[in-house]
Design a protein. Sequence first.
Length: 250
Amino acid sequence: MRTSAQSGVVYLVGAGPGDTELLTLRAAHLIETADVILPDDLVSAEVLALASPSALIVPVGKRCGQPRITQAGIHALMLEHARAMRSVVRLKSGEPLIFGRAGEEIAALTEAAIPFEIVPGITAAFAVAAALKTPLTDRGSASKLIFATAHHAAPRPDAPAKLQLTPKWEGAFPRDATLVVYMPGRRFRQLADELIASGIDAATPCIAVSNATTPDERVLRTTLAAITDDAVGPAPVLLLIGDAIQPAKE
């Protein structure tokens, strides 16, 4: 028997890559029964359409460096509605625990002694690889899978210099790895050059997927040597790089 969203509880729910058929049964049921839904911008309209007509939906998206709400503001909304004994679904695109700021929200809920549950979702890397029938690992060429992002939170003024992160790739790239870059920005040529400089072969295949699993999906199959900024479709984009990735077809 499935349990509906409970009063006073916050659910950090993975909405998957956008296709409603890729939601878990648990995620779909919580969306259908929650009193309040706080979705990211990338959560599709089709997923939000599953919500109860009586549900309060408050978008809390933060895209393209222009947040409409601060992370602290998201925490305040979660706590406010949970303390009012409403069931709250914090709906995140993809998988909450992969580049979804879940750590900050878990800390805020824990500090406030608010009960919460984490409901995993299909992360974009797995959905894209499945749709393209492309493996992310291969016994002959890729025994490692690396998830990375070129997007970082703005550094605090008091943060130590070693924590001032930048999107620049640093260090040698493992030759037997597939690299998946979430939120890569628009400097694809610069990123490719940095990877080549780190030792990865310029002929390494890569695939850039825009608006994955939606009707607007665009796929670019190319190599690190050939990728250009203007050839890649609009955000959101996922970039797959590695010898396990199927090469562009002639």
